[in-house]
Design a protein around this ligand. Structure first.
Ligand code: DAH
Length: 339
């Protein structure tokens, strides 16, 4: 019996399995009901008493060796098949669904495109602004209500930092560090302490425009914005200007475009007027040029500012501004075809 066990031990030690099936056969051969080990235990009854201790230990060693072997080989085979599964098959066809750009990004890029074609550069400024760049340099009187806690998210008093309430602050930054001719647009995020509704949000996006040079006139402003409106909404788009007020422009105006939904005939988007308001604009107030160290005797300029959400809503007929911020795929997936 001793020889037999030793021979089996050698066999077990030398064994190796190529796959799980071979390993299972090995297990059955040794541990199965009619396997070697149960057979040895059966024969054990006929072992003379003085050899029992030794034979018992030998059989147990054999059994333990078989079990250890099975565990080790199983682990090895499992990790091997695991490796195969995680290996990349580069010949598989690509089936990942296409993502889409956010509608606000689509429209922002389009606005940037339109203005770059007529020589405007893109500039950016910080979202955390000081009072000077957001208000004072833009000719806001000391007591102006826009400085009120109602509208502005203040961060700290000294130094006076707040989240910018408009991208007009970037005008100031650009003029501070460059001299005319300046032709730039500034897209960016702005913040106002407003209740969230279908038409308003506390975070939204604007594009600011600024053109400063010698002899820049209101005619240049109108022609530039006329070109812009037609590029964005189509060649039959009409524009009109209504007098308005902004501290940083004089004169100031608001620009309407003919309603792109009904073509000016009247619908619920334009509230049956045929016109929708899209931006504020005007001639840069000489005080603003002066605050930014630009010679206001030599140079004039125009500026404009528009909300990207509002324009996107008009362009894609979105009726609730909150949709832009909820990241609902059912909404976003509708823009996969756009660039
Ligand atoms: N900053 C204004 C706003 O947030 C928009 C604006 C109006 C910008 C007139 C301008 C401008 O540059 O000339 O409502």
């Amino acid at each position: 019996m001793r020889e037999k066990i030793n021979a089996l031990l050698k066999e077990v030690e030398a064994f190796s399995a190529e796959n799980l099936e071979e390993l299972e056969n090995f297990r059955i051969k040794f541990l199965g009901k009619k396997g070697e080990i149960p057979a040895l235990f059966a024969d054990f009854k006929s072992v003379p008493p003085e050899q029992r201790r030794e034979m018992g230990q030998l059989i147990n060693t054999l059994k333990q060796t078989v079990q250890n072997k099975i565990v080790a080989l199983k682990e090895k085979l499992d990790t091997q098949t695991g490796d195969q599964e995680t290996q990349l098959d580069l010949t598989l066809p690509a089936s990942a669904p296409l993502g889409s750009r956010h509608p606000l990004s689509i429209v922002r890029n389009e606005i940037i495109d339109i203005f770059s074609r007529i020589g405007f550069t893109v500039s950016e400024g910080p979202e955390i602004e000081d009072d000077f760049h957001n208000f004072t340099a833009l000719n806001f009187p000391e007591e102006h209500p826009a400085r009120d806690m109602q509208d502005t998210f203040f961060i700290e008093k000294d130094p006076d930092l707040a989240l910018r309430t408009h991208t007009s602050s970037v005008q100031v930054r650009v003029m501070e560090k460059s001299q005319p001719p300046i032709r730039t647009i500034s897209p960016g995020r702005v913040f106002r302490n407003e209740a969230i509704s279908a038409r308003a949000h506390c975070i939204f996006h604007q594009v600011e425009g600024l053109y400063v040079d010698e002899n820049v006139s209101f005619t240049d402003l109108k022609q530039t914005l006329f070109y812009f409106a037609r590029e964005l909404f189509g060649e039959h788009t009409k524009i009109r200007f209504r007098p308005s007020y902004f501290p940083f422009t004089e004169p100031s105006a608001e620009m309407d475009v003919s309603c792109n939904i009904c073509g000016g005939k009247g619908c619920n988007i334009c509230k049956y007027t045929g016109w929708v308001e899209i931006l504020g604009c005007g001639m840069v107030d000489p005080n603003v040029l002066e605050a930014c160290h630009i010679d206001n005797k030599k140079y004039t300029g125009f500026a404009f500012g528009m909300g990207i959400e509002r324009i996107t809503m008009l362009k894609y007929q979105v009726n609730d501004l909150r949709l832009f911020f909820e990241n609902d795929l059912r909404f976003l997936e509708q823009f996969t075809a756009a660039r």
